[in-house]
Design a protein around this ligand. Structure first.
Ligand SMILES: Cc1cc2nc3c(=O)[nH]c(=O)nc-3n(C[C@H](O)[C@H](O)[C@H](O)COP(=O)(O)O)c2cc1C
Length: 424
């Protein structure tokens, strides 16, 4: 079908009314603005393409890139694409309820926001918009240790859905990390997420080429890129330059943004040992998740320490470029721990169907990272809510298409998973 090249104003009105009444395009309804957005951004890939044009190049590269030559990022997506699920037909069609209970709390969908450091680079004030959208939609939002907005502020915005991700700060017998954990608890975080998969700092060439280094130096190119991204620059004026807000108070009284960045670079290091995991488990009165698990043996070890959740993840391809796609180890990890802990998944989620694929292979919920950041880059503060709607609608239609009554029933279907890894 061809769109008319130019439409006169009265024709435009008739078309807008038609859209509002019945919806001219497939499955799209709502206000004229929503319909326009749905037509412009039917997929996360459309959001990504617009984000690339709308934000400075150095911000986009920070978010989009992975370790090395990005092969891990590419493999995550390819491995998810390769997972096929066979539908069953002939049953009564119902709209499957999407809500899911994780660690004793009900959420509206098996979808969450993964922790991300400095998301304010792609859209200044990002955490505030992510937290707000998650709270409204009742999906988990994981605030990051190296976030740009302090945990106390996020707790006030998202009191019902806030999780907190902790990196290792080993100095002074983990004093700063234990203090952060206390602050997260006081701020109302419900789940503590310990990230294990960062034993070394990996090279991300796209960040190096763009000069995203500590100490940070603004280059002429960065200034040019910011100046030619007016909406992004206006958001920067409103929210200020992103800093490591959670860590600021440990960097010394009146530390400058540069000094806080230097402190973060120096002090946040290494991966938790199992002994350290046990110590943080004891310090947290509530559920604890370990993130970055790829081996069933590590999942079993965590469970034996009383960990409540395993987040199967390869950090979205940002650390070990040669790690397997997280979807390819998910079934083995899920089989190893059975119902002794809750299995979560992240890595490459770009659609509701990807979430359903993860559910089919043993996860109770999937978390997305970049999908939310692309939405912020494309739509600014409206982005997170937009992508939550987009993904939940796709989860619902995928489940309907598969002919099953609820998200967990997807595990009963026949799945072809060519990349599935076996562990002897
Ligand atoms: C810009 C960016 C920053 C991230 N920062 C963190 C972080 O501070 N802590 C952490 O545990 N994971 C971090 N991650 C990894 C995500 O939590 C998640 O594992 C990953 O993004 C999932 O892959 P996806 O982006 O393909 O959805 C980051 C990811 C991105 C894209």
């Amino acid at each position: 079908m061809h769109e008319p090249k130019s439409v006169n104003p009265s024709m435009q009105k008739i078309m807008a009314n038609a859209s509002l009444k019945g919806g001219l395009s497939w499955g799209v309804s709502g206000s004229a603005r929503e319909i326009t957005r749905r037509r412009k951004f039917p997929t996360v890939e459309d959001l990504r393409a617009t984000a690339r044009r709308r934000v400075p190049g150095f911000s986009f590269e920070y978010v989009d890139g992975g370790a090395g030559l990005d092969r891990g990022v590419v493999r995550n997506a390819a491995a998810l694409d390769a997972v096929e699920i066979v539908a069953r037909y002939g049953r009564e069609q119902t709209d499957p309820p999407l809500d899911v209970t994780l660690f004793g709390q009900k959420y509206s969908a098996p979808l969450g926001i993964a922790p991300m450091g400095l998301p304010g680079l792609i859209w200044p004030g990002a955490e505030i918009h992510l937290a707000r959208a998650a709270q409204r939609a009742r999906i988990p939002y994981t605030a990051a240790t190296v976030g740009g907005v302090a945990i106390e502020r996020l707790g006030a915005i998202a009191p019902d859905v806030l999780w907190f991700q902790l990196y290792r700060l080993p100095d002074d017998d983990h004093a700063a990390a234990f203090d952060l954990v206390r602050r997260a608890k006081d701020a109302g975080a419900r789940v503590l997420v310990l990230t294990l998969d960062v034993p070394a700092r990996m090279k991300r060439p796209r960040e190096l080429r763009n000069g995203l280094l500590v100490p940070f130096k603004l280059s002429a190119r960065m200034i040019y890129e910011a100046a030619t991204s007016p909406a992004w620059s206006a958001a920067l004026m409103r929210h200020g330059q992103p800093t490591f807000a959670n860590l600021a108070q440990y960097a010394g009284n009146k530390a400058t943004a540069g000094e806080i960045a230097g402190f973060t670079q120096r002090e946040v290091r290494g991966a938790f040992t199992w002994d350290e995991v046990a110590r943080f488990r004891d310090a947290w009165d509530g559920p604890v998740v370990v993130k970055g698990i790829l081996h069933p043996g590590d999942a079993e070890q965590a469970v034996s320490l009383g960990i409540d959740g395993i987040q199967v993840s390869n950090h979205g391809g940002r650390h070990l470029e040669g790690a397997p796609p997280s979807i390819d180890v998910l079934p083995a990890v899920a089989a190893a721990i059975g119902d002794k802990a809750t299995v979560l998944f992240d890595g490459g989620v770009r659609s509701g169907l990807d979430v359903v694929r993860a559910l089919a292979l043993g996860a109770s919920a999937a978390l997305a990272g970049r999908a939310f950041l692309y939405a912020l880059g494309a739509l600014g503060e409206d982005g997170p809510a937009y992508v939550i709607d987009l993904l939940t609608e796709e989860i619902r239609t995928s489940l309907r298409q598969l002919g099953i009554p609820s998200p967990d029933a997807v595990r009963l279907l026949r799945v072809r998973h060519p990349g599935a890894m076996r562990f002897p």
